[in-house]
Ligand binder design. Structure first.
Ligand code: BGC
Length: 727
C-alpha cells in the first residue's frame, strides 16, 4: 500500500505563523526595547522564583511580578511566601469547579469554554497572571493518584476539551498553564522514574492533547513534568522542549518548571525552561538571605552567561517569552477585571457537575427517585458528608462553600425522611501520609447496616477521597478495591436492603464485586462547590444524566493494559518503566484484545432512550486532504428530554502497521426533547486517520478502506459506513 506523507514542514510553518499572529509585531518591538534596557542580572532574576508562587519583575523599569496559582479546578488559597503553609488570608475563598474528569465526562466543549472562562475570571479577580492548569496527562492506569485532575484516557477527547478551557481562561488576560508535559502518568516515583515509550505511542497517545493546547488553544504557558523521558528530566528535556514543543509545534509561550522539577543549570538554560519554580531551596529553613539565588536559573546561570559559557541570546529568549506573557496578561491595558463567587460561576460549576455525572446502571428504573414521595431514604457512606475540595495535593481548594451530597439530598427530598449513617471513616486528608480515623469502624459498620434495614431506599455514597493513596497527588493508590472496608459494607448493606443504589465519588475506576447486588450506580467524580445540589438534580430527575465515561473501567486490574505487562510496565523498577502496551491504552486495549471492560469508555445511560438511523456520508471516497461529513438522524424515543453523546470511531481494517480496533475521531452532544428527532452532522478531516510512522518520523494515512462507526459508547455500535481514502 502506498503511503501518503504529510509534509510536516509546511504544517509547522503555518502553525508558527498563526501562533505569532497573536502577538503583534508592535509588541515584539516593545519587547526588543525592554530587553535592550535590562541588565544581565535583571534578565536572570526574571527566570526563577522569588517566592513559592511568584517570580520577580524589574521594579526599576516598572515591569511587574508574575503571580501564579494552582490549579486546574479552582484558584487555590494563598500560600505563604516561603513555605507551603496557607497564608491565612480572609479574601481568598473561591468557587470550586468540578475536577477535570467530570468536565471530560460532559463531552461538552462549549461547557469547557464556560468553565474555563469562569475559572479565568476568578483567577483574574485574585490577581493571578498564570493559572496552573489544566492537566492533560493521559489516564494510563487506575492506580495513578492524580487521574482526577486530568481528562481521561483518550487523546482526542482530552484535546477537544482542553482547547476551549484554555481559550476561556485566557480571555480574561490570565495565562493557562497546561501540565504536566509529559508522561507524568503516575505519582509513584514521579520525581525520577524514566519513562521508556516508543515514538509512535508518544505522538499518538501522550502528546496530542498538549499539541492541541499549543496549536489550537494558543496556550501561553506550559509546565514541565517531574519524571524523566529518554534519560533526561522532562522539564529540561531537549527532545520534548526544544525539538517538539518549541521547534515542531512553534510554542511561543513560557515553560514553567513543576515545583522542583529542574535539576541542572545547563539543562535548564539550554533545553527550554523559562521560569524555574519550587526548587529545593527554601529561604526560611535554609537560613540564607535569599535562597532563590541558588536556583539553577539564578546565580549559577548568571555566572555562565557572564563568562560567555552560555550565550546571552539564551536568556534573551527566556525574557522575551516572559515579557510576551506579561503583554498578554498584566502589561495588557485592556485586561478585564474578573469576578469571583458570583451566581454565574456557581451555576456553571453546578451545570458541569450535573452534566458530568455518569449513570452506569439503572435496574428497574431505580433512578430517578421521585422527590414527591414520602419515603425513607438511608444515605450511607462517608462521602455523603466528607469535604472533597480539601486534600488531593496542589489542587486542593478553599471553597467559599461546599454542598455535601447529604445536604443536597436533604434540600431536594423534603417530603422524604432522610436517615444518615457514615458506615466507615477515613481520617483527615493529610498530604503525604495516612492518618487513620480514631472512630470505631465496627460500630460505624453495624450502625449503617441497621440504618439500611429501616429505609425504603438506600443511597450508598462512597468511593475514594482526597486522602494520601486515594485520589491524591504525591502517591498512587495501593489497591484497585474500594478502601475502608467498603466492599464488605456494601455486601452487608445490600443484604439488609436490596433496594440500594451506589453513588461513587472518585476520579478513578474501582473494582465492583458488588455490582450485581445493587440496582443503580452513578459515577459522581469530585463535583466542587455545588456537588450536593448537582447530585440531587440528577438523582431527582430534574436533570437527565448525559455524562459518558472518559476512561474504561476494567473488571480487574490485570485487564488494564499497563498492568497486564507486570511491574516493569507499572510502576517500573524505580529507575525505569516501560510502556509495553504502546498505543493500546484504555479502550484501544480492551477492544483490540477483546478484553471486555466492566464499563467501556464513552458509556453512560440516560433516563430516556435514543435511536440512531440513516447514516450517510457526503461522498464515498476521499483524498487525504478532504474532510468527511457524516450525517445521521438521532431521535429521543423516551418520555423525557435528554442529551446523547454520539461518538464517531474510525477503524482501519487493513494497514501496514498494527492499528487499534477503533479510535475516537469525533463526537457531538445533542439535546433532544422527548419524541424529538434531528439530523446530526459530524465533520472529520481524513488526515486525522493518520498513524505516526516511526520509519518516516511523521504522520501517515494509508489509502484504502476505513470503517466509520457511529456509537453510543466505545463498545456499542449503532451505525457504520465504509469509505475509501484514495491516494
Ligand atoms: C504539582 C503541580 C503544581 C505545583 C504547585 C506540584 O507539586 O505537581 O501540579 O502546580 O506543585 O503547587
Amino acid at each position: 500500500m502506498k503511503k501518503i506523507l504529510f509534509f510536516m514542514v509546511l504544517a509547522v510553518v503555518s502553525q508558527i505563523v498563526s501562533a505569532q499572529q497573536q502577538t503583534d509585531a508592535a509588541t515584539e518591538r516593545k519587547i526588543d526595547k525592554i530587553i535592550e534596557q535590562l541588565t544581565l542580572k535583571e534578565k536572570v532574576s526574571m527566570c526563577h522564583a522569588q517566592s513559592k508562587f511568584s517570580s520577580p519583575g524589574v521594579p526599576r523599569l516598572g515591569i511587574p511580578e508574575i503571580w501564579m496559582s494552582d490549579g486546574p479546578h479552582g484558584v487555590r488559597g494563598e500560600i505563604n511566601w516561603d513555605n507551603w503553609g496557607y497564608a491565612g488570608w480572609t479574601n481568598d475563598s473561591i468557587t470550586a469547579f468540578p475536577a477535570l474528569t467530570a468536565l471530560a465526562a460532559s463531552f461538552n466543549p462549549e461547557l469547557a469554554y464556560e468553565y474555563g472562562f469562569a475559572l479565568g475570571e476568578e483567577a483574574r479577580y485574585r490577581k493571578k497572571e498564570i493559572l496552573l492548569g489544566p492537566g492533560v496527562n493521559i489516564y494510563r492506569t487506575p492506580m495513578n493518584g492524580r487521574n482526577f485532575e486530568y481528562m481521561g484516557e483518550d487523546p482526542y477527547l482530552a484535546s477537544k476539551m482542553v482547547v476551549p478551557y484554555i481559550k476561556g481562561v485566557q480571555k480574561n488576560g490570565v495565562a493557562a498553564c497546561v501540565k504536566h508535559y509529559a508522561l507524568n502518568n503516575q505519582e509513584k516515583w514521579r520525581g525520577h522514574i524514566n519513562v521508556k515509550v516508543d515514538d509512535r505511542t508518544l505522538h499518538e497517545i501522550y502528546l496530542p492533547a498538549f499539541k492541541a493546547a499549543v496549536q489550537e488553544g494558543d496556550v501561553w504557558a506550559l509546565m514541565g513534568a517531574y519524571n524523566k523521558y529518554d534519560g533526561q528530566h522532562a522539564t529540561t528535556n531537549k527532545v520534548l522542549m526544544n525539538d517538539i514543543l518549541k521547534g515542531d509545534w512553534g510554542f511561543d509561550g513560557v515553560v514553567v518548571s513543576d515545583w522542583g522539577s529542574a535539576h541542572d543549570t545547563d539543562e535548564s538554560a539550554l533545553n527550554g525552561l523559562d521560569i524555574e519554580m519550587g526548587s529545593w531551596t527554601n529561604g526560611l529553613t535554609a537560613s540564607r538571605d535569599f535562597a532563590y539565588d541558588e536556583y539553577y536559573l539564578a546565580n549559577a546561570f548568571y555566572n555562565k552567561l557572564k563568562s560567555g559559557e552560555i550565550d546571552e541570546s539564551v536568556v534573551d529568549d527566556k525574557v522575551r517569552r516572559i515579557l510576551r506573557l506579561m503583554f498578554r496578561t498584566n502589561m495588557n491595558p485592556e485586561r478585564p477585571m474578573g469576578r469571583m463567587n458570583n451566581k454565574e460561576h456557581h451555576d456553571i460549576a453546578r451545570k458541569v457537575a450535573a452534566e458530568g455525572i455518569v449513570l452506569l446502571k439503572n435496574e428497574d428504573n431505580f433512578f430517578p427517585i421521585d422527590p414527591e414521595k414520602g419515603i425513607t431514604i438511608a444515605v450511607i457512606g462517608e462521602n455523603a458528608t466528607k469535604q472533597m475540595t480539601i486534600g488531593g495535593g496542589s489542587s486542593e481548594l478553599k471553597a467559599q462553600y461546599e454542598i455535601s451530597p447529604l445536604k443536597g439530598i436533604q434540600n431536594r427530598f423534603t417530603n422524604a425522611t432522610i436517615l444518615h449513617s457514615m458506615g466507615y471513616a477515613s481520617g483527615p486528608s493529610t498530604y503525604g501520609r495516612v492518618v487513620p480515623s480514631t472512630l470505631n469502624q465496627d460500630s460505624l459498620h453495624q450502625a449503617a447496616v441497621e440504618t439500611a434495614r429501616k429505609a425504603d431506599i438506600v443511597l450508598f455514597i462512597g468511593g475514594l477521597n482526597k486522602n494520601h493513596h486515594q485520589d491524591c497527588e504525591g502517591g498512587d493508590r495501593l489497591s484497585f478495591n474500594l478502601p475502608y472496608n467498603q466492599n464488605k459494607l456494601l455486601q452487608d448493606v445490600t443484604e439488609a436492603n436490596p433496594n440500594t443504589g451506589v453513588i461513587l465519588v472518585s476520579g478513578n475506576a474501582v473494582a465492583m464485586p458488588w455490582l450485581k447486588d445493587i440496582k443503580g450506580l452513578m459515577q459522581a467524580w469530585y463535583l466542587g462547590s455545588d456537588a450536593g445540589y448537582a447530585l440531587a438534580d440528577v438523582i431527582s430527575g430534574d436533570v437527565n444524566p448525559s455524562g459518558k465515561l472518559p476512561f474504561s473501567f476494567p473488571v480487574k486490574l490485570d485487564d488494564n493494559a499497563a498492568h497486564h505487562f507486570g511491574e516493569l510496565s507499572y510502576p517500573g523498577d524505580s529507575t525505569n518503566q516501560y510502556y509495553k502496551e504502546g498505543i493500546l491504552v484504555g479502550y484501544r486495549w480492551h477492544d483490540t484484545k477483546n478484553i471486555k471492560p466492566l464499563f467501556p469508555f464513552g458509556y453512560g445511560l440516560s433516563y430516556t432512550t435514543f435511536e440512531y438511523r440513516d447514516l450517510t456520508t457526503d461522498q464515498k471516497s476521499y483524498t487525504q486532504t478532504d474532510k468527511i461529513t457524516l450525517t445521521f438522524s438521532l431521535k429521543n424515543t423516551g418520555n423525557t428530554g435528554g442529551a446523547e453523546v454520539a461518538q464517531l470511531y474510525v477503524s482501519d481494517p487493513k494497514s501496514s502497521v498494527m492499528r487499534p480496533a477503533k479510535e475516537l475521531k469525533g463526537f457531538k452532544k445533542v439535546f433532544l426533547q422527548a419524541g424529538e428527532s434531528t439530523k446530526v452532522s459530524i465533520t472529520v478531516p481524513v488526515n486525522s486517520f493518520a498513524f505516526y510512522s516511526e520509519e518516516e518520523q511523521n504522520w501517515v494515512v494509508e489509502p484504502g478502506k476505513f470503517n466509520l462507526l457511529v456509537n453510543s459508547s466505545s463498545a456499542d455500535n449503532q451505525l457504520s459506513q465504509i469509505i475509501t481514502v484514495n491516494q
